[in-house]
Unconditional design. Structure first.
Length: 125
């Protein structure tokens, strides 16, 4: 059977998913959390729409990439994806020679709490 409604595609990654699309996605998946496989009770359970392929990992903000997920499971998945993305960014920066500047500059603190200049060795506090 041909689709009677055009697929929803967000104009930007921040575009809020309309309620009508949330309902279509929920119905399409028969109310099953795609992360846990558990049926979602819309009255008792808090649930979100999850991007099966995360936006930060190259997924698109469109209806076919959205799936219902229980909030607890969704947050765990998102945290794991952020960890992966952070690691990728950290390795890439290292390979490109990009380093975060220290807010202390040439200053450092010893174990006893004294502050000194690493370049000159002068004790400041």
């Amino acid at each position: 059977m041909a689709r009677t409604v055009d697929e929803w595609i967000g104009k930007t990654d921040d575009t809020k998913v309309p309620e009508r699309v949330r309902l279509r996605v929920f119905d399409r998946e028969k109310g099953i959390c795609h992360l846990s496989g558990r049926p979602i009770d819309p009255v008792r359970d808090q649930w979100d729409l999850d991007h099966k392929l995360a936006l930060i990992l190259g997924g698109e903000h469109r209806e076919t990439n959205l799936f219902p997920a229980l909030r607890e499971h969704h947050r765990r998945k998102t945290a794991a994806e952020m960890k992966v993305k952070s690691k990728i960014a950290k390795v890439r920066k290292k390979h490109l020679g990009i380093k975060k500047k220290s807010s202390w500059g040439d200053l450092s603190r010893r174990m006893d709490g004294t502050v000194y200049n690493k370049r000159t060795g002068e004790i400041l506090r």
